[in-house]
Each structure stands twice: as C-alpha cells, then as structure tokens.
Design a protein around this ligand. Structure first.
Ligand code: HEM
Length: 138
C-alpha cells in the first residue's frame, strides 16, 4: 500500500450511517464474508473491459483494505473507517453513471456467490446508492 496525502480520519468519511444491531453483519458472514465479497467485486471490476481502465495504476491494496473497512463499518461489524471521503477518493476520475452500474453488478455477483440474502443485499445497496451523486463525474 502506498502513502497518501494526509487527511482527517473520521467514520463520517464512510458516507453512510451504520445499521443497528448485528443482523446485517451476520447476514454478510462477518469479516470473512465481507473480505471475499470485496475481493471478488474488485477482481471482477479490474477484469471488466468496460471499467478496467479506471482501476489501472491505482492502489488496489489500499482500495481492498479501505472498502472492507467501509463495509464493516456500515454493516455495524465494529470497524472504524480510516479512508478518505467518497468525494476525495473519486475526484477527477471521470466516473460515469454506466461505470457505477457496472461496479454495482459486480458487487451483486460477489454477494450472490457468497449466498447473501436478497433482502440483505438490497439493504446494503440502499446505503451505497446515495453516494452515486458524489462518485459520478465531479
Ligand atoms: C457507492 C459506490 C462506491 C463506493 C462505496 C466506493 C468506495 C471506495 C473507497 C472506500 C475507496 C478508497 C478510499 C481511500 O483510498 O481512502 C475508493 C477508491 C476508488 N474507487 Fe470507489 N467507490 C464507489 C464507486 C466507485 C466506482 C463506480 C468506481 C469505478 C468504476 C470506483 C473506483 C475506485 C478506484 C479506482 C479507487 C482508487 C482510487 C485511488 O487509487 O486513489 N469507485 N472507492
């Protein structure tokens, strides 16, 4: 993982409030499940010709770590999110609506392969959906 310019670390940078209770964390099979889902979603994105360019020459070690933290935080798995805001992380990347759609499809495939219930999948996706306006072309 490469160093980045200093920034204030805060759970608020995760861009969503965590769920209450342990149900969602358990529904995602806790840390091992989230780790498998994030790794597969990134692998699929990296090898998808529609969006692979966006992931070239990026620090995917850091992305895997911070995305797992972000999901753990949102699923109320007891993590703190140490990454940057969604605005700072995706600034000047030129991400379009279709890129977001592709990423969500890969995340859905990864959740399906982990046998996450559709209800739990959709509850997580509903937390991520409002972030579209900060991630897509700024
Ligand atoms: C709700 C949607 C999204 C979430 C929750 C999300 C989450 C994150 C997180 C946590 C980081 C790392 C922050 C840090 O380094 O401090 C990150 C970076 C990144 N994201 Fe996203 N992301 C989203 C959408 C997208 C989309 C649609 C793409 C492209 C198709 C994308 C591509 C990337 C890339 C390439 C990086 C690495 C940037 C770098 O090297 O600095 N993200 N994202």
């Amino acid at each position: 993982e490469q160093p980045v310019d200093p920034y204030p670390q805060n759970d608020a940078n995760a861009g969503a409030q965590p769920f209450d209770g342990q149900a969602m964390w358990r529904a995602f099979h806790e840390a091992d499940g989230v780790s498998r889902i994030v790794d597969e979603a990134i692998d699929l994105s990296q090898s998808d010709p529609h969006i692979s360019d966006i992931f070239r020459n990026r620090d995917l070690v850091r992305l895997r770590r911070t995305l797992k933290e972000q999901f753990c935080y949102i699923l109320n798995g007891g993590c703190h999110y140490s990454g940057r805001t969604m605005q700072a992380a995706h600034k000047d990347m030129g991400i379009q609506t279709a890129d977001m759609g592709a990423l969500v499809e890969h995340l859905q495939a990864a959740m399906r392969h982990e046998h996450i219930s559709y209800r739990a999948q959709n509850r997580l996706l509903a937390k991520l959906a409002p972030m579209k306006r900060t991630v897509v072309k700024q």
